[in-house]
Design a protein around this ligand. Sequence first.
Ligand SMILES: [Zn+2]
Length: 57
Amino acid sequence: MKGTPSMGKFKTPTHARCRRCGRRSFNYRRGRCAHCGFGATKKWRSYRWLKSLKERS
Ligand SMILES: [Zn+2]
């Protein structure tokens, strides 16, 4: 087994499938998506440093 065996097995996932971005980034406990910010903001989570390669000027 790799990593830390004492961590236990994550039977209860922290993140579920997000309805908006489709990633498994929706945090159960916080009630928001770690990827797109669903639940925390109506807009998509975005940062200036997060701009895509295409948008780079
Ligand atoms: Zn999301």
